[in-house]
Design a protein around this ligand. Structure first.
Ligand SMILES: *[C@@H]1O[C@H](CO)[C@@H](O)[C@H](O)[C@H]1NC(C)=O
Ligand SMILES: *[C@@H]1O[C@H](CO)[C@@H](O)[C@H](O)[C@H]1NC(C)=O
Ligand SMILES: *[C@@H]1O[C@H](CO)[C@@H](O)[C@H](O)[C@H]1NC(C)=O
Ligand SMILES: *[C@@H]1O[C@H](CO)[C@@H](O)[C@H](O)[C@H]1NC(C)=O
Ligand SMILES: *[C@@H]1O[C@H](CO)[C@@H](O)[C@H](O)[C@H]1NC(C)=O
Ligand SMILES: *[C@@H]1O[C@H](CO)[C@@H](O)[C@H](O)[C@H]1NC(C)=O
Length: 529
């Protein structure tokens, strides 16, 4: 036993001393669990070689409803050369039409992954050679998907372009979802209700311990997430691990300051237990839920429209008062992580959810629980103007959803941060392209392939290439030097894409333009807290 512990400690210290290097074709890295073998990639039109370590376990196969733990060490080198299409259990509870579009977003058009409870792996994309002592900045990517869907298998999340073109490392972990990640079981003690967040904390610790072996600097980690992933980034900010494991944060189309926890905590857990016939006292129900096959839990929650998440505001993994703490935060009494942030959203976030809406009033009633009168009062600010920005009922619903759930919360978090003396930069994405137009407009998640440089190369436009390069560089520059920002004046909003639309020429269209009039915020007074 004693020797084994010494051996583990030795291995752990080696992880920091050794960098990955080419052994033949296969790059290797020595991490605290042992040696891993990766693979290399050269992107078309790029000269920089990328080292990819795929499907590296950062945890043991998790026990259901229990916090994840680090994996045991392995003796022979771990083969991390193949990207298996495997995800944590997913849950699509939407109507068929929306479901298909969302699946496309979540999988990036790839075949849906195989689902498993044994899903706690991460991918590392690092520039090669990684032998240099120069410690690279690290992006820690947290995918979105409403706490119900998403995985690091989405080809749009491939970090190769970031590594090859921006000289940064991208780490992309999976985390548990649905009843497995966010059981919200009222009988469980605080952080155990948010197991998915604990998975990410473990992956972040893994990154701190091991990233030097890939040429990274553990003190240069930036959290980056989109949608629910951005909300999780904000949760990390609100209740940071100590010592602070990251030094900056990027939030694409999401935050966790202006939208609360689940309306009725425990509802999903109790509903699912009932459907799968787990009865009795709390302990009996818990044991029964642990024994029920995962596929049964999945089918039951999909068929009965039972959704898990958002996480529980437990005070441990998510502050109970994120807004008040941010506003009250000072250097002396931080109350949260006072790291520089980059936050923004897209012009038509809601468009993916509003296809075919013929009455914005009815949409707001069913989706936001507004009364007929309140819906109409709100929509008075969203008149249909022929030839204007809002020309249909669908546009009205899209605009309300985009502004209330994304644009205005991004503005509020940005404003609260600067008020508290925390450096904050804001962007707004406004473009759509023929080769990626799932629905018209700059819809939810449509900026991701541009930020990651993973957009479809078929029928690409020159302007699209330029917008992608500018966004990827801004995000990476921010990670490299957060206090200097992504490259624009903190007081302005950087608008990317200039409203590009398929079929319109791009002559004279600005790739990035600084806006100080905040035209996108004109109606935010409607949503002020
Ligand atoms: C890794 O596994 C794949 C699939 O089994 C195999 O083709 C490949 O040769 C292995 N690579 C190494 C370096 O062991
Ligand atoms: C490491 O990088 C520095 C600065 O970029 C360079 O001067 C040096 O030659 C590099 N060393 C190796 C071993 O690549
Ligand atoms: C639960 O019990 C009902 C009634 O006995 C049965 O129809 C149903 O199939 C059961 N559900 C599961 C998931 O076992
Ligand atoms: C924090 O802010 C709230 C208002 O948002 C205020 O009532 C409270 O006194 C503040 N607390 C501290 C410690 O400053
Ligand atoms: C309509 O959108 C354009 C850019 O897409 C913007 O310049 C203009 O200010 C918008 N008008 C309103 C009223 O929001
Ligand atoms: C590219 O354009 C061609 C010709 O218009 C079309 O057939 C093809 O589907 C397009 N591909 C994509 C990915 O949009």
């Amino acid at each position: 036993m004693y020797h084994r512990i010494i051996f583990l400690l030795l291995k752990a210290s080696l992880a920091h001393a050794q960098s990955s290097s080419d052994s033949g074709h296969w790059p290797t890295a020595t991490i605290d669990s042992g040696v891993i073998i990766g693979t290399t990639a050269v992107l078309p039109l790029e000269t920089g070689v990328v080292h990819k370590f795929l499907g590296v376990p950062f945890a043991s196969p998790p026990e259901r409803f229990r916090p994840s733990r680090p994996p045991p060490p392995w003796e022979s080198p771990y083969n991390a050369t193949i990207k298996y299409n495997r995800a944590c259990y997913q849950n699509y509870i939407y109507s068929d039409d929306t479901r298909e579009k969302l699946m496309n977003l979540v999988t990036g058009g790839a075949p849906p992954p195989e689902e498993s409870e044994d899903c706690l792996t991460l991918d590392v994309y690092a520039p090669a050679p990684a032998t240099n002592e120069t410690k690279k900045a690290v992006l820690f990517w947290i995918y979105g998907g409403s706490y119900r869907t998403g995985s690091n298998c989405n080809p749009n999340y491939d970090g190769s372009s970031f590594a090859a073109n921006q000289d940064v490392i991208l780490v992309s972990p999976n985390y548990r979802l649905n009843v497995h990640g966010f059981p919200g079981n009222p009988e469980l003690k605080a952080p155990d209700q948010n197991l998915g967040l604990l998975d990410l904390r473990l992956a972040l610790e893994w990154t701190r311990r091991n990233i030097a072996a890939f040429g990274g600097d553990a003190d240069k980690i930036t959290l980056i997430g989109q949608s629910a992933g951005a909300a999780i980034v904000d949760m990390f900010i609100s209740a940071p691990p100590d010592p602070l494991p990251f030094r900056a944060a990027i939030m694409d189309s999401g935050q966790a300051t202006y939208n609360g926890a689940a309306a009725s905590p425990g509802w999903a857990w109790n509903s699912l237990a009932e459907v799968v016939n787990c009865t009795g006292n709390a302990i009996q129900v818990y044991k029964c839920m642990r024994a029920t096959p995962a596929k049964t839990l999945k089918r039951a929650s999909e068929n009965h429209v039972i959704w898990f998440g958002p996480p529980v505001q437990d005070g441990a993994t998510w502050s109970k008062s994120p807004r008040r703490n941010r506003l009250n935060s000072t250097e002396e009494n931080p109350l949260m992580a006072r790291v520089p942030i980059l936050i923004g959203s897209n012009h038509d976030e809601g468009a993916i959810y509003t296809t075919g809406v013929t009455s914005a009033t009815a949409f707001l009633q069913s989706h936001y629980g507004l009364s007929h009168a309140s819906a109409q009062a709100l929509l008075a600010y969203y008149p249909i103007v022929p030839g204007g920005n809002i020309t249909s009922e669908e546009d009205r619903a899209t605009a309300v959803m985009s502004e209330s759930s994304f644009t205005c919360p991004a503005r509020f978090v940005y404003e609260d941060s600067t008020t508290a003396g925390i450096p904050a930069w804001r962007y707004f994405f406004d473009a759509s392209f023929a080769n990626s137009e799932l629905v018209p407009g700059a819809y939810h998640a449509s900026e991701i392939p541009l930020v990651f440089g993973t957009y479809d190369r078929d029928n690409v436009t020159t302007f699209q290439i330029q917008v992608s390069a500018a966004m990827e560089k801004a995000w990476a520059d921010f990670a490299k030097n957060p206090s200097e920002g992504p490259g624009w004046d903190m007081a302005k909003v950087a608008v990317f894409g200039g409203g590009a639309t398929p079929g319109q020429g791009d002559d004279g269209r600005p790739v990035m333009e600084l806006s100080d009039v905040n035209w996108m915020d004109a109606r935010c007074f409607l949503y002020e807290p």
